[in-house]
Design a binder for this molecule. Sequence first.
Ligand SMILES: [Zn+2]
Length: 277
Amino acid sequence: MRFILGILLVVASSALFAQKIAITLDDLPFGYSRGLSDDQKIEAFDEILQSLEKHQVKATLFVTSGNMNKATEAILDKAVAAGHQLGNHTNNHYDLNEISAEAYIADIDSCQELAGKWINSSYFRYAMLHRGNTRSKRDSVYTYLKEKGFVIAPVTIDNNEWVYNRGYCLAMKIGDQKNMDRLGKEYLYHMKEVTARYQKLSSQVTSREIPQILLLHSNPINAKYLGKLLDWYKKEGWEFITLDEALQDEFYSVKDDYVGPYGFSQLDRIKRSKLNN
Ligand SMILES: [Zn+2]
């Protein structure tokens, strides 16, 4: 009896304390792919949508309007029709470390003008997560976003998915299936590793496990491996939530005072803000 009670307690507490994760994908309609045709991009994105659908994930997807053309607008139509949230990820994906706040703000506006038809949320995500390498630059863009009613979409599980995607695309271009398979496996292993790393950092910074926000991209490696990645999270007991739900956690209201050139996880930003104070 005691044994059964014990099992029940474990099951109940794991349901109660399930780790939560919001899924976000950047660079829509489609990111780095090394020469896929528009039709191939649309097909690849369909696979991403199917993986999200299989796990009933409502994701937040960020549009880089400079990646759009008449044909790939179909990807944005499909994303909206599937019930996902779309946000602004600038027009040209400029690095705020490299340009002025004024030029960056103009690029945010361009994205809104060109992709406003599909953007159905107030979320904004910085390209490369770079929020300004000087205080004045950072504050100018912050103030602008606030005035315009944008909500910054942070990331907690930062990772090198894009590096694996680059190798994967290179292998794909030359039809090297063996290396594509190897890179896919290594990608999944990497994601498991970084997830554990940010769970640990969450405990260090907040003394608990916050709802995490995962950064991925609309790209070929996820066309093939997003489903497997979501299968793994599910198997490990993670619960998929929306970005809206994640941001309700008080962690995301903690003052972020980091100024610098790096595109850190929000956990790293807060850790560094605390060290500075
Ligand atoms: Zn991006």
